[in-house]
Design a protein around this ligand. Structure first.
Ligand code: AMP
Length: 360
């Protein structure tokens, strides 16, 4: 079976690699000539809204998915006229706009930080008044990895935030002094069958994820999975969905969801019975889902900007290096390492060894 994929970054690359053993072939569409999934599978190099390129993709696949949520709606509609597109236009529409996303959470009884839509300087002042400071101001569309965001701690900082971000519609939300950031990954098959990976604890630096650690048996697991299930069912979802949450004051608050495979699920390649990439492909291709349980204590560390020496990483017991084949640039995710160990104490030791190889 051939799977058309919009976007050919590292998520696409790992999807393609997961597909080969199952006989599932990915074909990518991405405007970047050096897109890293194109090193491991076929790629059409063209803009996402190029009708000819979309038709060429459609002619060579039976089902379509995407590896990032900002794909143009028109591209999805054109492909959807010929093939099933999963996770589907409803999930995309909700994930592309932070206000739609937060409203959907609200409708489904999923708790969030207090929020307000802001499209004028007056509305920003009103949000600061109602919600209180500190406030996080975010562009409603096209933000990722902390881009398109400002934290306002003092009334005097409102003007600077407005000047920097105010030329597009915004969302203002309460700053959450969270104890932990966690995520839950769920997968839903075409049949409606759902499965969930263990809750993952995530650490960010400068808005970018750098460490994920699955916590099987975490006391917040059931609550997080229940919300994830509600979202997938409400969206009649097919594929993997990641829900990002803050833990604060003994409860969870939803931050955002990603309608795709997710960085906080990379550990599943070596750390779970079936990886998120394989399960996404199984779901969209109409196959039964694979087991999602963790097979060992695991941690995943992102390699950002550049890679440490291959020899040094591979010398760590239980280390699995993933080099995405991307040009090295500051702030860019260029690879990750998954560490697997017999127990948590050994994992801590390997993690210390790995972190000592990385800058900062
Ligand atoms: P986002 O693009 O919404 O995932 O935000 C990127 C990162 O910024 C999150 O992973 C958090 O570390 C931080 N962040 C976002 N929203 C808030 C918030 N309301 N309160 C505190 N930190 C936040």
């Amino acid at each position: 079976m051939n799977v058309g994929v919009l976007g050919a970054g590292q998520l696409g690359r790992m999807l393609a690699l997961a597909g080969y053993p199952l006989g599932l072939r990915c074909l990518f569409l991405d405007p970047a000539e050096d897109a890293c999934a194109g090193q491991v599978a076929g790629q059409i190099v063209a803009p996402y809204d190029d009708p000819g390129a979309l038709d060429r993709l459609a002619a060579r696949c039976e089902v379509v998915t995407f590896e990032f949520e900002n794909v143009p709606e028109a591209a999805v509609s054109r492909l959807a006229a010929r093939h099933p597109v999963y996770p589907g236009p409803r999930a995309l529409a909700a994930a592309q706009d932070r206000l739609n996303e937060k409203n959907l959470f609200h409708e489904l009884g999923i708790d969030t930080p207090p929020f307000a839509a802001v499209s004028s300087r007056g509305e920003l002042d009103a949000a600061a008044e109602t919600i209180g400071l500190p406030l996080v101001v975010k562009t409603r569309r096209l933000g990722y990895d902390g881009k398109g965001q400002a934290v306002v701690r003092e009334p005097a900082e409102l003007e600077a935030a407005w000047k920097r971000l105010g030329d597009v519609p915004l969302l203002a939300e309460a700053f959450v002094p969270f104890e932990r950031e966690v995520s839950v990954l769920g997968v839903r098959a075409r049949s409606g069958e759902c499965a969930f990976y263990p809750l993952v604890e995530n650490r960010h630096r400068h808005g970018i994820l750098y460490l994920s650690r699955p916590r099987p048996g975490d006391p917040f697991t059931d609550a997080a999975q229940d919300w994830c299930r509600r979202l997938m069912e409400a969206l009649d979802y097919t594929g993997v969905l990641a829900l990002e949450l803050f833990q604060h004051d003994g409860r969870l608050l939803a931050n955002e969801f990603a309608p795709r495979v997710h960085n906080s699920g990379h550990w599943t390649i070596e750390g779970a019975e079936t990886s998120q990439f394989e399960n996404h492909l199984r779901a969209i291709c109409g196959l039964p889902l694979g087991e999602t349980r963790a097979v060992a204590p695991t941690a995943m560390v992102n390699l950002i900007g550049n890679l440490p020496a291959r020899e040094a990483v591979t010398a760590i017991a239980g280390a699995h290096l993933h080099d995405y084949g991307k040009e090295h640039r500051p702030g860019r995710k260029v690879g990750h390492v998954t560490l697997r160990a017999a127990d948590e104490a050994q994992l801590d030791l390997s993690l210390q060894r790995l972190l000592s190889l990385l800058p900062g």
